[in-house]
Design a protein around this ligand. Structure first.
Ligand code: 44T
Length: 755
């Protein structure tokens, strides 16, 4: 039906409009009613559909319906989640965000669903948006801090704070531009810094590409804050997808890039440069030709030389292998291979990098070089043929003469990046460098060689290690004897809810009549636990895998028969990163309801310790320090939006820092008795040395019971530490007393200094 006739029947038109309006209102109010009925009946899907209709017909109701709409969305999303209707779930959130694009609660919740599904980058984007919309929204902040490192990795801060690196790049770019390079492409521009250097050096045309959406948007802000938005063309593209003339009008005379990781090649520099030489760069300058380089293409960095060295290093060893045959009385059979994914990467299908990274100069316990540093290879980035043959190259052999007997734990690799004939950067462990080195833990044949090396120096025997750090301190027998638990005729029912792999159920089973339940999920881990339990003659029926009993997540911690309760529930309270496990307090609350009388949660309580320190390096790793390190360019306020207040995976034992106070107890988290917990506390700290407080490292004493505890700052624990990095350093004098405000919200701790 169409009444859209010009002029003539405007009366008819308005009558129609009136009728339309009445119809709309009728439909809106009926849909609202239906939605409410559906909510009462817990039919969230239909309620949600009704609200969508209401809000599309009557956008003016958005503010008043918001609360109920959110509630309905979240309930319906829960239902969809448990029905595994994931696509529908995300569709609902997208519809909801179309209606309420600036609702931080919906954004945050979308992020949580994405995070649970493993879409971490996408989740991080939503958490960031939620925090931007409401900087005081505690849940979103906590979520954002946990994932901010995925959006903008920590090395961005380190790199931008490295004035020497910045200046070296600037000079090399200046030389190139002065010698005639007019058009420049910055591959992997990050914040846009090398592109801005090129412009400052006088390049006529500057293009810069960046594949990460977050970094591209950041670069846009940075470039316009430096008034270069008309001078630098930013492309949100992977360099391999750049086309001429679609994105760039013609081939460029200079490519600048620092797309290198600790192993040099991990960011795909060889592939990017092969593509650049074939499609984006002018032809290379033929040898022995004139001076001007403007008509030819070239690359900064010009080349790289890779070095390698064999080392003995206990810290690396214990991160990649389990060296001992027995843990707390449990025998570990040879049939089970314990090793890290990196260590095992050669044989695995997944694309795990064959190396980890480590700042060797700061590795706890240090390292012993077993060979001299040897040149492994050189790459000429200005030679297309060489780059191509490198990409197709098969592994080759290299012999390193042993200069010192010891255990071969790893090959450590670093490189010198030759920007041009005059300028170079090195990532060598012996140099004052901010870079980490690549660590290839030895395996297979090399491990055999390790034994040979060992025989050269038999005094150094292999050190015994923990499987997961729980092993060493825990002695169930002792705590059992003290309690009345062991007189019960029933077996003890033990539930281990540790994250990842844990042999605690078997340790428990070795100590007496126990029915042990493991919540290990991975099939391969379950198989390993079964092998260990067999090797220890552990009766088969005493070990069960808890999660295979479960369909419904809500009963995650309940025993099969509801009249039976648990004797012991083991919780993982502290992450290796040094943070408190997410949702552990909630898990403890559920656990308390599922214990029979006299039953216990392990650990019973956790004490948080902290101290005040002055540490320049912690500052440099967490935020860009003004415009000085970035040679006057205004970058800090933009990238610093992604700084997080807590630095994780810290090695306190090797952190270059000056302690300004003694360790102090900051907080008590009681898992057995929640009444003893407080969400906020003031702690007085005595200053014992004058200086500038820049950070507050913290760690935990995990009290399994009154007598047994584990210290997560212990040299041999598997735990790392965390530190709050202050926004503004505070000058203190010996004898001063500072008051710390310690807040505890869910699994997040915040520590601030009261001024
Ligand atoms: N390097 C540290 C850190 N990208 C890794 O998205 C390592 C620096 C370091 N963009 C010396 C030694 C070290 N096209 O934002 C990232 C990344 C982006 C691309 C467009 C491409 N083909 C790529 C490839 C990467 O580039 C940025 C930097 S790469 C990561 C650097 C010891 N100097």
């Amino acid at each position: 039906m169409s009444f859209r006739m010009p002029n003539s029947n405007s009366k008819l038109h308005s009558i129609h409009r009136g009728a339309q309006e009445a119809g709309r209102q009728e439909l809106v109010s009926r849909s609202l009613q239906s939605a409410q009925h559906c909510l009462e009946d817990q039919d969230f899907g239909t309620a949600y559909a009704h609200y969508l209709l209401v809000l599309n017909l009557a956008p003016e109701l958005k503010p008043s319906v918001k609360e109920t709409f959110r509630f309905t969305l979240f309930k319906w999303a829960e239902d969809l989640d448990s029905l595994s209707r994931i696509q529908d779930l995300f569709n609902c959130y997208e519809q909801a965000l179309e209606l309420y694009p600036n609702d931080e609660v919906i954004c945050n919740s979308m992020g949580e669903h994405l995070f649970r599904m493993g879409f971490r980058d996408e989740a991080a984007g939503y958490f960031h948006k939620a925090v931007k919309l409401n900087p005081d929204f505690a849940d979103a902040k906590e979520n954002f801090y946990r994932v901010a490192n995925w959006l903008v990795e920590r090395w961005h801060f380190i790199m931008l704070n490295d004035a020497k690196r910045n200046l070296t790049y600037l000079k090399a770019i200046e030389n190139a531009v002065r010698s005639g390079c007019k058009s420049v492409l910055d591959i992997g521009t990050g914040t846009g810094i090398l592109g801005m250097f090129a412009k400052k050096a006088g390049a006529r045309y500057v293009y810069a590409c960046e594949l990460s959406k977050t970094m591209y948007e950041l670069a846009r802000d940075v470039v316009s804050a430096n008034n270069m938005e008309r001078e630098i063309k930013l492309l949100h593209l992977k360099s391999l997808d750049i086309e001429i003339p679609k994105h760039i009008p013609e081939r460029v005379s200079l490519v600048v890039t620092e797309t290198v990781d600790a192993g040099l090649f991990g960011e795909g520099i060889v592939e990017s440069l092969i593509h650049a030489w074939e499609h984006l760069l002018l032809q290379p300058k033929p040898e022995n030709q004139g001076v001007s380089s403007g008509d030819y293409g070239r690359v900064i960095p010009a080349s790289a030389t890779i070095f390698g060295m064999a080392v003995e290093c206990k810290e690396i060893r214990r991160h990649h292998r389990v060296g001992n045959q027995e843990v707390a009385g449990v025998h570990l059979p040879d049939s089970v291979q314990f090793c890290s994914p990196t260590y095992d990467s050669a044989g695995s299908e997944e694309t795990v990098e064959p190396y980890t990274t480590e700042k060797l100069s700061r590795i706890p316990g240090g390292y012993v070089p077993l060979t001299e540093a040897c040149q492994v290879m050189t790459v000429d980035f200005n030679n297309l043929q060489e780059l191509k043959s490198l990409a197709a190259r098969k592994p080759w052999k290299l012999s390193l003469p042993v200069t010192e007997g010891g255990i071969l734990d790893a090959i450590v690799v670093w490189f010198v990046l030759q920007l041009d004939d005059e300028h170079a950067l090195s990532t060598s462990p012996s140099e004052e460098t901010c870079w980490e080195q690549a660590v290839y833990p030895v395996q297979g044949l090399l491990a055999a060689m390790g034994k040979v090396l060992l025989s050269l120096n038999p005094s150094k025997d292999s050190q015994s290690m923990d499987v997961d750090g729980h092993g060493s301190g825990m002695n169930l027998q002792e705590s059992q004897n003290k309690s009345s638990l062991h007189v019960a005729p029933d077996p003890l029912y033990v539930l281990d809810v540790s994250e990842g792999f844990s042999i605690l159920p078997i340790i428990a089973g070795k100590l007496g009549p126990v029915r042990a339940y493991s919540s290990i999920e991975k099939e391969q881990h379950q198989a390993a636990l079964n092998l260990i339990s067999e090797a220890n003659h552990f009766p088969k029926e005493t070990l069960e895998f808890w999660l295979s009993h479960l369909e419904d997540e809500n009963v995650v911690l309940q025993r099969p028969k509801s009249d039976k309760l648990w004797s012991i529930i083991i919780l993982d309270v502290i992450e290796t990163s040094g943070l408190i496990q997410q949702e552990v307090m909630e898990k403890a609350a559920i656990s308390r309801c599922l214990l029979h009388s006299g039953g216990k949660i392990f650990p019973q309580y956790v004490l948080v310790y902290g101290m005040l320190v002055e540490s320049e390096s912690l500052l440099l790793e967490s935020a860009v320090q003004g415009t000085e390190p970035t040679l006057g360019f205004n970058i800090a306020p933009f990238i610093n939006q992604f700084k997080v207040p807590v630095r994780v995976y810290l090695d306190l034992s090797t952190l270059p820092c000056l302690p300004l106070s003694k360790p102090a107890e900051l907080l008590r988290l009681d898992l057995m008795n929640p009444l003893l917990n407080s969400s906020s506390r003031e702690v007085k700290v005595q200053i014992c040395k004058s200086g500038k407080v820049t950070a507050i490292p913290f760690w935990y004493h995990i009290h399994l019971d009154e007598d047994l505890s584990l210290d997560t700052s212990d040299e041999f624990s598997h735990w790392k530490q965390a530190a709050v990095v202050l926004d503004k350093p505070i000058q203190v004098q010996v004898g001063d007393e500072l008051v710390l405000d310690v807040q505890h919200h869910k699994s997040n701790i915040s520590i601030t200094v009261k001024q």
